[in-house]
Design a protein around this ligand. Structure first.
Ligand code: ATP
Ligand code: MG
Length: 213
């Protein structure tokens, strides 16, 4: 992606966002500490709006990828395409984001194919690097790069395959977890907590645990 094009991913106007708790401070702390963030909550709770607002606040371009079951690591990282007589490399959205120190937002990441998880793993721990296998290179993420993924516990495709009783049990936990009438939007580090961990233990942790893996 040429330098000019990345400018188009910058958010010029402040997207209106009403904070629910101290999620803005948490997100800023995660960005400063080079930690990824996972946003978990049901549809409409403000995950996308929050990321847009934070990208504007941190003055970073925001590259959003809506994940789906056919999304592969090649789609994220990039591919060689034939142009006339030659093959030309085209960065995928994740590579572009790493290259330009943008915020990469993988929306509904559990929907993506399993090979994408393998690709994002070295970006989410202390290594912060993206292996580009097809080119035989490794891209080091600059300090401004940040990976944000969203996850809606009610819409995992894996639930389609669960037994009815298991699914009902998970739904029960979800409703207990979210509490009656409370706004469910919140930010957490990737891989930080189990679904049935009590809410008061989860809040406000910007994950150090996942750095160990
Ligand atoms: N905290 C908030 N401050 C301001 N607006 C909000 C907030 N939360 C939700 N909204 C409003 O709700 C709408 C839906 O929010 P958003 O698209 O961010 O939800 P989402 O969590 O990304 O949903 P989905 O999982 O379907 O993508 C926004 O367009 C915005 O108008
Ligand atoms: Mg959204």
């Amino acid at each position: 992606m040429p330098e000019r094009a990345i400018e188009e991913y910058k958010i010029a106007e402040e997207p209106y966002y009403l904070p629910v708790d101290n999620e803005i401070g948490l997100f800023e702390a995660a960005h400063a500490a080079h930690l990824p963030v996972i946003l978990k909550g049901p549809t409409g709770c403000g995950k996308t709006r929050f990321v847009e607002h934070m990208a504007w606040r941190l003055e970073r371009p925001l590259i959003t990828v809506a994940c789906h079951e056919d999304l592969s690591s090649t789609d994220l990282v990039g591919r060689f395409l034939i142009e006339g007589e030659e093959t030309v490399w085209h960065d995928g959205p994740l590579t572009s984001a790493v290259r330009h120190g943008a915020i990469c937002y993988l929306d509904e990441v559990v929907e993506a194919r399993k090979d994408t998880v393998v690709i994002i793993h070295p970006l989410t721990d202390h290594r912060r690097r993206l292996p580009i296998e097809k080119r035989g290179t490794i891209l080091e993420a600059p300090s401004d790069f940040m990976l944000v993924v969203s996850y809606n516990p009610g819409y995992q495709s894996i639930l389609k395959d669960l037994k009815q009783s298991t699914r009902q049990e998970r739904e029960r936990h979800r409703h207990q977890d979210e509490g009656c009438g409370q706004h469910p939007s919140r930010s957490e580090s990737i891989g930080e907590c189990a679904a049935d961990e009590p809410r008061h233990q989860r809040r406000g942790r910007v994950g150090s645990d996942d750095r160990r893996s």
